[in-house]
Design a protein around this ligand. Structure first.
Ligand SMILES: [Zn+2]
Length: 133
């Protein structure tokens, strides 16, 4: 029950939804064309599907880019600064990007990314000749 070009909420095709029929007529387009080009929810929540205005409101107006959207990668970066006797400032930077597979937990991925970033920063400390305190 996930036909392309149907509303995620009511399952209707743009040709069956008055708002698209009217707007498309004004723009001189077909309702399908109007949805693809003008409907902000098209392809954002489910591939090639959209929310008609009524269903979008009923769904609680989910945010595009919010938790309903699939996150494909996360990245963290860490900057570590320390004053040293022999260095004016020791600045270490680490950035980690992790690709997510569908269904991966974002919290776990962040945990893993921070762990890697911290590890990277720690690994750089002896390499820069800083004496352990
Ligand atoms: Zn609908």
């Amino acid at each position: 029950m996930s036909e392309p070009l149907t509303c995620i909420g009511c399952g209707k095709h743009p040709d069956e939804i008055d708002e698209y029929i009217e707007c498309a007529a004004e723009e001189g387009m077909s309702p399908v064309q109007y949805v693809i080009e003008e409907e902000g929810t098209y392809d954002k929540f489910e591939p090639e599907r959209f929310y008609c205005t009524r269903c979008y409101i009923e769904a609680g107006m989910p945010l595009i880019g919010g938790e309903h959207m699939e996150v494909r990668e996360i990245s963290v970066s860490m900057l570590y600064t320390k004053s040293l006797p022999n260095y004016e400032n020791l600045k270490l930077e680490a950035g980690v990007t992790i690709a997510l597979a569908p269904g991966d937990s974002i919290e776990e991925a962040y945990e893993k990314a921070w762990k890697l970033a911290r590890g990277q920063v720690r690994a750089q400390i002896p390499a820069r000749g800083a004496s352990p305190v």
